[in-house]
Design a protein around this ligand. Structure first.
Ligand code: NI
Length: 194
């Protein structure tokens, strides 16, 4: 093993920074509002949004706050029990909160990337997921205006992960058999309070 690959591996295994107790408490409170594995809403297809009203915009704002408190990079409506086709995400702290309504993937690259993913609905589960490296998506913003997004890297990955949620697809559905088996064990143990 070369020095370089060793460094990369260490990078991937690096623990997230320690959270102070207040942040941890806020994270736990937020996570209580997020539907967890086993909830049928996570396996259901969400329906298109037709009304772009204050109700939708308030929900988007609420989900944005919940996502921040939970320290997630994305949150789909299914995850808060709403079977509607929208999600929020923010891949970098410098970016504004993005809200995507009625997304459709128009194009995805043949080139794929494999990377570890977690999900707020699957606590403590991390699996490798292979996805197209670049995508082009058409959608609507929170006012119903049409938008186009071209994304690669982490943004492309997050958009595809959240779009999967709207179709009732979870990361374990895209994981290898071995990793899925291990993830199921972790989830069962959590359920039993180990
Ligand atoms: Ni997720």
């Amino acid at each position: 093993m070369t020095d370089e690959s060793q460094t990369e591996e260490e990078e991937l295994r690096r623990e997230p920074p320690e959270l102070d107790p207040e942040m941890l408490a806020r994270r736990e409170a937020a996570l209580r509002h997020v539907r967890k594995f086993g909830d049928p809403v996570l396996k259901s297809r969400a329906v298109e949004v037709e009304q772009f009203d204050d109700g939708l915009r308030n929900e988007i704002a609420r989900m944005g706050l919940l996502m921040e408190d939970a320290i997630g990079v994305g949150l789909a409506a299914n995850q808060v029990g709403l079977l509607r086709r929208f999600f929020v995400y923010r891949v970098s702290e410098d970016d504004p909160l993005q809200a995507i309504v009625n997304p459709v993937i128009d194009w995805s690259s043949e080139e794929e990337e494999t990377f570890e993913e977690g999900c707020l609905s699957l606590p403590q589960v991390v699996v490798e997921v292979t996805r197209p490296a670049q995508i082009r998506v058409s959608a609507q913003d929170r006012f119903g205006e049409p938008i186009e997004i071209e994304a690669d890297g982490l943004e492309a990955r997050v958009i595809q992960h959240e779009l999967d949620h709207l179709d009732g697809v979870l990361i374990i559905d895209r994981a290898s058999r071995g990793q899925r088996r291990e993830a199921m064990r972790t989830l069962r143990e959590l359920e039993q309070g180990f």
